[in-house]
Write a protein that binds this ligand. Structure first.
Ligand SMILES: Nc1nc2c(c(=O)[nH]1)N[C@H]1C(S)=C(S)[C@@H](COP(=O)(O)OP(=O)(O)OC[C@H]3O[C@@H](n4cnc5c(=O)[nH]c(N)nc54)[C@H](O)[C@@H]3O)O[C@H]1N2
Ligand SMILES: Nc1nc2c(c(=O)[nH]1)N[C@H]1C(S)=C(S)[C@@H](COP(=O)(O)OP(=O)(O)OC[C@H]3O[C@@H](n4cnc5c(=O)[nH]c(N)nc54)[C@H](O)[C@@H]3O)O[C@H]1N2
Ligand code: SF4
Ligand SMILES: [Mo]
Length: 739
C-alpha cells in the first residue's frame, strides 16, 4: 500500500513531542565533532561498517565508512538513524526498583542497594528451591565477549543449568540443520560468493527490508545474468524482479523442496561424483521424495507444478548457485526439516565449497552468528561445544580453572523456560538483552508467566515491556558505550569500538555481571579489568571447538577489517568459504542427506479460523522495537502494524484499505488497520510484530515448537479476520494509519 510518511506535526500529535527532540547540537549535528569512531551498526546480522560522530560524550551523527568491504558505506534506514537512540529521554540512567507509589511504578536507587537486592534474592531462591530454580535469559545483540561472559556467569556464578538466549526464536532451526547435515553451524559462504552465482534462490526472506545491503550483492549477480528465484507467500520487493516467483502457502516449504529434489532425481540433474565422494544417505533422501511429485506439491504448497519444475530446472542445470534462506522457512515446528530439505538440494547438485555455490542461512540479529557460538545456549559451551560431551566440558573447565563437575548440565530452552516459569518450577530470573513479552509467541501467556516469578531483574538501557515486569532494573550499556567483537552473518569477526561512556549512573553490561559474580563470592573467576581479556579467554576456550577463534586477536580483526572463523591457529588467514574440496565438518568429512517427509503445521485452518497468519518485519523497525520505536524518523516510515490482506479476501469481508480489522486466533486478538494489497496470497494475512501490548502480533501466535530446535511456529497460525466493530478501532481517515 502506498503510504505517505507522517508530517512532523502529525508525528508529534500522535506520539508526543519527545520522539522528535533533537540530540544536542540539533538534527544537522552542526556541532564541533570531538572524534569519529569506526564501528558497526548495532542492528541486524549484516553488521555494516559505520563511522559515528561524537561530541561531548554524545553520538551526534554518522559518516559512511566506505572502506569497510561488506557494505562499502551503504546503510539502510535503521543504520542511518541508529545514532539517535543514545540521547533519548527514556534512556535508563540509574538502577531502579519496583515501587508502586512512584510514577511509572519504579524508583531510582543506587548500585549497591540494587545489586545487594539482586544477590540476596538469588541466594534466597536457590537456597529454598535449588540452584536451577533461578534462570537467566540472554540475547545476541550482545557482543561475543558479553555472550561468552553470560555463559560463564550463569554456569559458575549463578550455578544454574537454566540459561538460554533469544536466538531460540531466531537462528536455532538453521543451526540445528547445519550441524546435522554439514557438521558445523556457520553460513557456508562469504557474501562475495553471491555475485558469482548463476542462480540465486531466496527462500523465506524479505531481503530488501531485512537485509537491505544483501540486495546489492544479488543485483551484482543479476548484472552477470544470474536468474533469481524467490519463495515467499508475499510478493516481497525482491520478488518483483524475480525470474521465478514461488508463492508458497505458509508452512509448506519442505513439500516444495521435496518436489524439487524429486525432479532433480527424475531428470538426473545430479552431481553423482560429489554425492559419492562427499556425502552419505542420499538414498534416504531419495526415498522420502519418491512420491513427492510437482503435482502433489502443488496441492499442498499452492505453487503450480510448472513453477516447481522450472525451479528444479534452473537449480539443477546451472553450474553455480546459492540458496539463501531465513526465518520464513526456519520459524516453524518443522524449521529443522525445512533447512535439511534445502541443504539436500545443494548436496544433490554439488553446490557446496566452490565459488558461487552454497546453501546458506542469513543470520538475523546483530551478533546472531557469534552469539550462537560462545556458550549462552542451554546446551552449549564456548566454541560451539556440547555441554553434555565430557571432552568439551573438560576443555572448558580447564580454561575456566574449575573442576568439570562444577559446570551444570544442559538446561531448558527459552521456550521451555517460559513454560517452566509459568508452571512455577522456575522462581527467579535475570535477563539481559531480551524482550520476550513482545517477541515470544502467545504474549499474554508470557506476561502472565513473568508475574508469577518471585524475583525478576532485567539489564537493559530502556525500560522494555519485559522489564516493566521486573523487581529491579539495572541500567546497562548501549552498543556504542562499550567495545568488543561481533561475528556477522557471513562468519566475519569484526571489531565494535566504543564511542561514548555510559551516561549518568548507567554501567557497562559486563561490569554489572562481574560485580554480581563478586557479590556471589565468585569474583576470583571473573577478575577481568577490560573486555579484551574476556576476548582472549574466549579464544582460548574455543580452541579445538567447532567455532574456533584461536588465532583471532582484536588487533588483527581491526587491521584486516574482519576475520572469518574458523581461525584455528595463530597466523591462520581465516576461512571465508567453508567446505572447500568437499570437506565437511563431520568426523568422516562427509555431509549428510536427510530423508524429510512432509508434515503439516501445528495448527491448520478450519471453519472457525479459516486463514493463515504469518508474521515478520518491516524495514524501518527492529525486532521488539524497543530501540527503533523510539527513533522518530523510523516511526514515521511505518508508525503502527498493518494487516496485509489481498483484495479477493478483503472485498467479500467488506474491508477496504485502511479499515480497522480484528484478527483473532485461539490465543487472542488484535485490532489494526488493513493494508489491502495484491502482493499476498489470498488465503494468508501478514502482520509485522515490532509492537507491544494491544498492537502485538504475538497475541495471536502459538507456543508449539520444533521438536529438535525448540523454535516456535512464528510463521503459521490459523486466524479469523473481520471488519472491526466501531467501538474496537476507529475507522481511518484517508486510509493511511489507524489510531
Ligand atoms: N528491518 C528489519 N531488519 C531485520 C530485522 C528487523 O526486525 N527489522 N531483524 C533481523 C533479524 S533478528 C532477523 S531473524 C531477520 C529476519 O529476516 P527475514 O527472515 O527476511 O524476515 P521476516 O520478515 O521475519 O520473514 C521473511 C519472509 O518470510 C515470509 N514467510 C512467512 N511464512 C513463510 C513460509 O512458510 N515460507 C516461506 N518461504 N516464507 C514465509 C514472509 O512473508 C517474509 O517475507 O531480519 C534481520 N533484519
Ligand atoms: N511473531 C513473531 N515473533 C518473533 C519473530 C517473528 O518473525 N514473528 N522473530 C523472532 C526473532 S527472529 C527474534 S531475533 C526475536 C527478537 O526478540 P528480542 O530479542 O526479544 O528483541 P529485541 O528487540 O532484540 O530485545 C532485546 C532487548 O534488549 C535490549 N538490548 C539491545 N541491545 C542491548 C545491549 O547491548 N545490552 C543490553 N543490556 N540490552 C540490550 C533492547 O533494548 C531490548 O529491550 O523476536 C522473535 N519474535
Ligand atoms: S542492513 Fe543491518 S547492519 Fe546494515 S545498516 Fe541496516 S540494520 Fe544496520
Ligand atoms: Mo532474529
Amino acid at each position: 500500500m502506498a503510504r505517505q510518511p507522517l508530517s512532523e506535526e502529525e508525528l508529534i500529535a500522535r506520539f508526543g513531542p519527545h520522539l522528535n527532540e533533537a540530540p544536542p547540537g540539533g538534527w544537522d549535528s552542526d556541532v564541533e565533532i570531538d572524534k569519529v569512531v569506526k564501528t558497526h551498526c548495532c542492528f541486524c546480522g549484516q553488521q555494516c561498517g559505520i563511522k559515528l560522530k561524537v561530541a561531548d560524550n554524545q553520538v551526534v551523527g554518522f559518516e559512511p565508512w566506505y572502506e569497510f568491504p561488506f557494505n562499502e558505506g551503504k546503510l539502510c534506514p535503521k543504520g542511518v538513524k541508529r545514532y539517535l537512540q543514545g540521547g533519548h529521554p527514556d534512556r535508563l540512567l540509574s538502577p531502579m526498583v519496583r515501587d508502586e507509589s512512584a510514577p511509572g511504578g519504579f524508583r531510582e536507587i543506587g548500585w549497591d542497594e540494587a545489586l545487594d537486592q539482586v544477590v540476596s534474592e538469588i541466594k534466597r531462591i536457590q537456597a529454598t528451591y535449588g540452584d536451577d530454580a533461578f534462570a537467566m535469559l540472554s540475547g545476541v545483540s550482545l557482543t561475543n565477549e558479553k555472550s561468552y561472559l553470560v555463559g560463564k556467569f550463569a554456569r559458575l556464578a549463578l550455578h544454574t543449568a537454566n540459561l538460554d538466549y533469544n536466538g531460540r526464536f531466531c537462528m536455532v532451526s538453521a543451526g540445528a540443520g547445519n550441524k546435522k547435515a554439514l557438521g558445523m553451524d556457520r553460513a557456508s559462504n562469504p557474501w562475495s560468493d553471491i555475485p558469482l552465482a548463476d542462480v540465486v534462490w531466496v527462500a523465506g526472506s524479505n531481503i530488501a527490508e531485512t537485509f537491505p545491503i544483501t540486495t546489492s550483492y544479488i543485483w551484482r549477480a543479476r548484472d552477470r545474468g544470474a536468474k533469481l528465484i524467490v519463495q515467499d507467500p508475499r510478493v516481497v520487493p525482491l520478488a518483483r524482479t524475480a525470474d521465478l516467483f514461488l508463492p508458497v502457502r505458509p508452512g509448506t516449504d519442505s513439500a516444495l523442496f521435496g518436489a524439487v529434489l524429486h525432479e532433480l532425481i527424475r531428470h538426473d540433474w545430479l552431481d553423482h561424483d560429489f554425492i559419492d565422494a562427499h556425502t552419505v544417505d542420499f538414498d534416504a533422501a531419495a526415498a522420502a521424495v519418491a512420491e513427492m511429485t510437482p503435482a502433489w506439491a502443488a496441492e499442498i504448497t499452492g505453487v503450480s507444478a510448472n513453477r516447481i519444475e522450472e525451479a528444479a530446472e534452473l537449480w539443477g542445470t546451472s553450474a553455480t548457485g546459492m540458496l539463501m534462506h531465513a526465518r520464513g522457512i526456519e520459524q516453524h515446528t518443522k524449521g529443522v526439516d525445512n533447512v535439511l530439505s534445502a541443504i539436500n538440494l545443494g548436496l544433490a547438485t554439488g553446490k557446496f565449497g566452490k565459488p558461487g555455490c552454497g546453501v546458506t542461512t542469513i543470520t538475523g540479529q546483530g551478533n546472531g552468528q557469534g552469539g550462537r557460538e560462545h556458550g549462552h545456549k542451554c546446551d552449549q559451551l564456548p566454541g560451539n561445544r556440547d555441554i553434555t560431551n565430557p571432552e568439551d566440558r573438560a576443555a572448558v573447565a580447564a580454561v575456566w580453572g574449575v573442576d568439570e563437575s562444577e559446570i551444570p548440565g544442559k538446561g531448558l530452552a527459552a521456550t521451555e523456560l517460559i513454560e517452566a516459569i509459568h508452571d512455577g518450577s522456575i522462581k527467579g530470573l535475570l535477563s539481559i538483552c531480551f524482550n520476550p513479552v513482545v517477541s515470544a509467541p502467545d504474549s499474554n501467556f508470557t506476561a502472565e508467566a513473568l508475574d508469577k516469578l518471585e524475583f525478576y531483574a532485567a539489564i537493559d538501557f530502556f525500560l522494555s515491556e519485559t522489564a516493566t515486569h521486573a523487581d529491579v532494573v539495572l541500567a546497562g550499556s548501549l552498543h556504542e558505550e562499550d567495545e568488543g567483537t561481533s561475528t556477522s552473518g557471513e562468519g566475519r569477526i569484526i571489531k565494535i569500538n566504543q564511542a561514548v561512556e555510559p551516561p549518568g549512573q548507567a554501567r557497562k553490561d559486563w561490569e554489572i555481571l562481574v560485580d554480581i559474580a563478586q557479590r556471589l563470592g565468585k569474583g576470583d573467576l571473573f577478575g577481568y579489568t577490560d573486555t579484551e581479556q574476556i576476548f582472549d579467554e574466549l579464544c582460548r576456550a574455543s580452541t579445538g571447538g567447532k567455532a574456533d577463534y584461536t588465532g583471532a586477536t582484536w588487533a588483527r580483526i581491526e587491521d584486516e577489517m574482519g576475520l572469518f572463523w574458523p581461525v584455528p591457529e595463530v597466523g591462520h588467514p581465516g576461512t571465508p568459504r567453508l567446505w572447500e574440496g568437499g570437506k565437511f565438518a563431520h568426523p568422516d568429512g562427509k555431509a549428510r542427506f536427510h530423508g524429510v517427509p512432509f508434515k503439516p503445521p501445528a495448527e491448520v485452518v478450519d471453519d472457525q479460523y479459516p486463514l493463515w497468519l504469518t508474521t515478520g518485519r518491516v524495514v524501518s523497525q527492529y525486532l521488539s522495537g524497543t530501540q527503533t520505536r523510539r527513533i522518530a524518523g523510523l516511526v514515521a516510515q511505518y508508525p503502527e502494524p498493518l494487516c496485509e490482506i489481498h483484495p479477493k479476501l478483503a472485498e467479500p469481508l467488506g474491508i477496504a484499505n485502511g479499515d480497522a480489522v480484528t484478527v483473532s486466533s485461539r490465543r487472542g486478538e488484535i485490532t489494526l488497520p488493513a493494508a489491502v494489497v495484491t502482493t499476498i496470497r489470498p488465503d494468508t494475512v501478514f502482520i509485522p510484530y515490532h509492537w507491544p501490548g494491544k498492537k502485538a502480533a504475538n497475541q495471536l501466535t502459538l507456543r508449539a515448537v520444533d521438536p529438535i530446535s525448540r523454535m516456535p511456529e512464528f510463521k503459521v497460525a490459523a486466524v479469523k479476520v473481520v471488519k472491526a466493530e466501531p467501538t474496537k478501532g476507529a475507522p481511518v481517515d484517508g486510509g493511511e494509519v489507524a489510531r
